[in-house]
Design a binder for this molecule. Structure first.
Ligand SMILES: [Fe+2]
Length: 260
């Protein structure tokens, strides 16, 4: 099996596991993953909106056209992951956790982070709302939805129990990198989500950014350490703000005033 990170490799779509391909994200885009099921083809995430041509070119390398994609599963609502979903949605079903789907269909660009990526998106129509416990049977692979809020409220991971694979989006990456606590996210939820992931048996971790990893257990443990540190630091920051001459209430009032 090829490695997508092997030095000198120019390929941007690589088979990383039998019938599972990584489409390497370029220019700040997240990676997408293509799974050739026995009956249906599934794309996990879809790259930035301006990367649709790149995704189509990658698919053509393995003799697939956009019409061959049956289902797009989104790990969360951020535009570097969901950007090309409307393009594939002309033919494929689009699925995301209800809390991510809500933001996409309402074009909540603050939550989707369009501005951060300088992206404009088409309208989203989500066909399927995912939730914890849903499983998708592709014949050769079975994907279980694990709701993992923290990076944002609607983040999910897809777990394949028979082959011990975990598609994580931005929840946790190689070396325990985490996607940060953004817009609808929460540090405590994030810690809890990673502690849940630590209870799954995982051999291969397929993240939305960076390298794939064969050290999921230590990656997740490092991620928990990072987030617990962040939680402690945020408590200290909260105390400092509370004890400052301005006081927390005044800062909250100022933030409220911004909206007037
Ligand atoms: Fe994200």
């Amino acid at each position: 099996m090829d490695s997508p990170t092997e030095p000198g490799k120019k390929k941007t779509i690589v088979e990383i596991y039998p019938n599972i391909y990584q489409i390497f994200g370029r220019n700040r885009s997240a990676h997408a993953y293509l799974i050739r099921g026995l009956h249906k083809n599934v794309l996990i995430d879809s790259c930035l909106p301006d990367a649709c041509d790149h995704v189509v070119a990658c698919l053509s390398e393995i003799e697939l056209s956009p019409e061959d994609i049956d289902l797009v599963l989104l790990t969360h609502e951020h535009i570097d992951h969901a950007g090309c979903a409307p393009f594939f949605g002309r033919h494929a079903l689009l699925a995301a956790h209800r809390l991510a789907a809500n933001k996409l269909t309402m074009r909540d660009e603050f939550a989707m982070m369009n501005k951060a990526f300088g992206s404009v998106t088409d309208e989203f129509h989500l066909d399927i709302f995912l939730s914890e416990g849903v499983s998708i049977n592709l014949g050769n692979y079975e994907l279980h939805v694990i709701h993992t809020p923290g990076h944002c409220s609607g983040a999910v991971c897809f777990y394949e129990p028979n082959h011990r694979l975990l598609f994580t989006g931005d929840v946790v990456m190689a070396e325990g990198m985490v996607g940060g606590v953004l817009q609808s996210g929460n540090i405590s939820d994030y810690v809890y989500s990673l502690k849940r992931l630590a209870s799954f048996k995982v051999d291969h971790l397929y993240p939305g950014h960076g390298k794939i990893s064969a050290h999921a257990e230590s990656d997740i443990a490092k991620g928990i350490d990072r987030l617990e540190t962040l939680l402690e630091e945020s408590k200290l920051l909260f105390q400092v703000v509370q004890n400052s001459q301005h006081g927390f209430d005044q800062i909250v009032r100022s933030l409220r005033d911004l909206n007037r």
